[in-house]
Structures are given as structure tokens and as C-alpha cells.
Design a protein around this ligand. Structure first.
Ligand SMILES: [Zn+2]
Length: 97
């Protein structure tokens, strides 16, 4: 049975790796096994691991909508933070590119 997942407000930091520019957006992400931590699989392996989605989020953070995006990896890195506590849920910023 699929339950209606609880949404967890998360600060999403997106770093464009070739310029090192970091932008932030707030997203409501589905929780995983708890009400306090969002599911990170989607960022590790799922749709949001792909640069096409990450580019959309990065541009949206500055108020732009992109029309054409390409699928690739490692152009953008992600960090997820709890806006209430500053706790880091997930972090790719320290990974070697
Ligand atoms: Zn893609």
C-alpha cells in the first residue's frame, strides 16, 4: 500500500561545478521512514540525479525557466539541508568531480 507521503521542507543547494556558483531553492520532498528526513534516493539514483533536472532547479532558483536541457552527470552537485536545524540530509559538495 502506498501511503500519501509526508512532505518535508528542505533547502536544496545546487552548485554549478564549472563556475562553483551555488544557488538555493526550497523544495518539499517526500519523507523516508520518518517525518524528519527526506528521501535521498531520488538524488542519488533517481530523476534528480540527472543534470537535466538539476539545471532546471538551478535556473529556477534565479527565477529563470530553461526550455532545453541535456542529460548528463557531474555538472551539478547537490546539498540538502534542514531549514529548521541546519542539519545536512545529503551532501555531494565534498565529492571529487
Ligand atoms: Zn536527464
Amino acid at each position: 500500500m502506498i501511503e500519501e507521503g509526508k512532505q518535508i521542507k528542505t533547502n536544496v543547494y545546487i552548485r554549478k561545478n564549472n563556475t562553483k556558483e551555488i544557488r538555493k531553492i526550497e523544495m518539499n520532498l517526500y519523507g523516508f521512514d520518518s517525518d524528519t528526513c527526506p528521501e535521498t534516493w531520488i538524488w542519488e539514483e533517481g530523476n534528480y540525479s540527472c543534470d537535466c533536472n538539476r539545471e532546471i532547479f538551478f535556473e529556477r532558483a534565479a527565477g529563470f525557466e530553461v526550455e532545453e536541457v541535456e542529460c548528463s552527470h557531474f555538472k551539478y552537485s547537490i546539498k540538502l539541508e534542514d531549514p529548521k536545524t541546519g542539519n545536512i540530509f545529503y551532501n555531494e559538495f565534498d565529492e571529487e568531480i
